[in-house]
Design a protein around this ligand. Structure first.
Ligand SMILES: Nc1ncnc2c1ncn2[C@@H]1O[C@H](COP(=O)(O)OP(=O)(O)OP(=O)(O)O)[C@@H](O)[C@H]1O
Length: 576
């Protein structure tokens, strides 16, 4: 863990060395002060040379100006080092999270991930700055003070220093307790975030079911758990502060008493006595700093441990070393004996076989839960097949790089996800850096021009989280416009129009028909009327592809498709 932590210092070696050097100089100046006082009392004072004393004062003042400068560097540049490291860790974690498989996101709470990226790393910057640097400076100052004390009076120096290991051990003990408390606290913050995220994204459902009170109760449970964890950490912190204050004052009084005794015995001059007391005071500084680092350490380290746990988790999917990048596929698709189940549960697909010619439009129909969406999710490798093989243009999708494979495939879903940004940004998501001209062209192809023109801010209109300010049909058109820009060779339309009214549906069907021209298209539809024109229709049941043919052929077969068609016809007729 330490090695992983230290590796983040590599890019900032110079900054680290600079702040460390300033810290060491500041520590050395702190040590010089008691020696200077010792000299003034024992040498200058008896001589009565007022001028020399004045020069001594000016010298001391200059020393402190320098000391202030060094402290500024340590505080500002040291923190800069810390925040740089914290930023780098966040960058690595975000990139790592993005590379995780879809399955990983199925099983991970958004709030927990948010917590890992924000709160968990919050203290790491402090540790990165104060940790190694202050540890080194404090140890150096402590040893320096001890060395000087030894030269003044070795007996008193040893008596004073006997107490220091106890102080450090005591801090270590509290640090361990704090680490456990902080891990608990971070866990409860993650749950807390998760609850808030769930509530905010589902607020319409909460309100529609008038379940605000129920949500409030659940929130309060998390809130109380958070309060409990935080209080536990404060209790440890309070005990630590109280005990260390007592021990520190005990150290000073001990030096004062012993020092007085040594002065009475004639073993210590007045100047040396004052220097000793001041040195004991100087020692309190590093001990307090060590305490602070030890107090901070558990917080930082608990977060860093959670950070490493996630960072060390290898993405379930990676490109093969010899994977090839494809620029443009023709779009021929073959599924060979594909078997798949989610998370080792029952198999959803138990040996699916089919092939689709380049440019063909194929519709998947069948009962709910039969695995239509699952079949299409395997093509861009959102999930991995358990056995069997999927080929595009006769090449296994596992022999292609994941990025180039996904560039060839466009998915339009019923539940369109849009970003909390402008219409322009959302359309341009299909081709980053697209010009306004390209965006307008895509909007026109998706029959969206009039909608955009009617909005006061046109392309710059902000559409809210998940596109909440747009209607279902508008969102759908926007996702189609985005797809025109992406221009993939293979298109998957997953029940893209099932939630729309007839007029909007027919407009969007038209846009989709235009979008599918020249592309291999897989359409998933419940409403069979929308896929009559498909080149072929596959009937997916729990046994795999049960029937296959054109609309007319399947009707004549009088099998599952014909039954589904009849049931839908009866339903529509009854509805009319
Ligand atoms: N991410 C997932 N994790 C675990 N199980 C899943 C996941 N997605 C789907 N399933 C399960 O896999 C099975 C097939 O689901 P799928 O969505 O592929 O069916 P479908 O034929 O598209 O259904 P529908 O027509 O209702 O959309 C279902 O039993 C479903 O519960």
């Amino acid at each position: 863990m330490l090695r992983a932590f230290m590796s983040y210092y590599k890019p900032y070696k110079a900054l680290f060395a600079f702040t460390l050097a300033c810290g060491i100089l500041a520590g050395a100046l702190e040590l010089a002060f008691p020696l200077a006082i010792n000299y003034v009392i024992d040498n200058l004072l008896p001589s009565g040379n007022w001028q020399l004393i004045l020069w001594g004062g000016i010298g001391l003042f200059t020393m402190y100006i320098l000391n202030g400068g060094f402290h500024y560097v340590v505080t500002y540049w040291g923190h800069k080092l810390g925040i740089n490291i914290e930023t780098d860790m966040r960058r690595d974690l975000f990139s790592h999270i993005q590379n995780q498989s879809v399955q990983y996101f199925d099983n991970t709470k958004t709030g927990h991930l948010m917590s890992r990226l924000t709160n968990d790393l919050m203290d790491i910057g402090e540790i990165a700055h104060h940790g190694p640097e202050e540890l080194a400076i404090s140890i150096m100052t402590l040893l320096g003070a001890f060395g000087i004390m030894l030269t003044i009076n070795w007996k008193l120096a040893i008596l004073t220093f006997v107490l220091v290991p106890f102080l450090i051990l005591f801090t270590y003990y509290f640090g361990k307790k704090m680490s456990v408390a902080m891990t608990m606290l971070f866990g409860s913050i993650a749950d807390f975030n998760s609850r808030v995220e769930n509530n905010v994204t589902g607020i319409r459902v909460v309100k529609a079911f008038v379940n605000e009170k129920h949500e409030m109760d659940k929130f309060q449970t998390n809130n109380n758990h958070f309060r409990f964890s935080k209080l536990a950490s404060y209790k440890i912190m309070a005990k630590h502060t109280a005990f260390s204050q007592i021990l520190m004052k005990f150290l000073l009084i001990f030096v004062l008493l012993c020092g007085t005794w040594f002065v009475i015995q004639g073993e210590l001059t007045y100047g040396e006595f004052v220097a000793f007391v001041l040195l004991a005071n100087v020692m309190v500084g590093p001990i307090q700093k060590l305490n602070a680092v030890m107090e901070m350490y558990p917080k930082g380290i608990a977060g860093f441990r959670r950070y490493l746990d996630l960072l060390n988790m290898k993405p379930e999917q990676e490109d093969r070393p010899d994977a090839i990048h494809v620029d443009q596929v023709k779009g021929e698709i073959t599924y060979k004996d594909v078997v798949f189940g989610y998370e080792n549960k029952d198999k959803v697909l138990k040996g699916v076989n089919f092939s689709i010619k380049a440019g063909e439009t194929v519709a998947l129909v069948g009962p709910s839960g039969a695995g239509k969406t699952t079949i299409t999710s395997l093509l861009p490798r959102f999930y991995e097949v358990e056995s069997g093989e999927i080929l595009i243009d006769q090449t296994s999708i596992h022999d292609l790089t994941m990025a180039s494979l996904r560039e060839q495939i466009g998915v339009v879903q019923q539940d369109v996800f849009l970003f909390d940004a402008s219409i322009r940004e959302n359309i341009a998501y299909g081709k980053l850096g697209a010009t306004d001209e390209e965006i307008w062209k895509a909007a026109e192809q998706a029959q969206m021009t009039k909608i955009i023109q009617s909005l006061p801010e046109g392309l710059d209109t902000l559409i809210g989280e998940r596109g909440v300010k747009l209607s279902g049909g508008q969102k759908q058109r926007l996702s189609i416009a985005r797809m025109f820009l992406k221009n993939p060779a293979i298109l998957i339309l997953d029940e893209a129009t099932s939630a729309l009214d007839t007029e909007t549906e027919s407009a969007i069907q038209q846009a989709l028909a235009e979008l599918s021209v020249g592309r291999t298209t897989i359409v998933i539809a419940h409403r069979l009327a929308t896929i009559k024109e498909a080149d072929r229709i596959f009937v997916v049941t729990e046994n795999g592809i049960e029937e296959e043919g054109t609309h007319q052929e399947l009707l004549q077969q009088k099998g599952t498709y014909s039954r589904l068609h009849q049931a839908q016809f009866d339903f529509d007729y009854a509805g009319a």
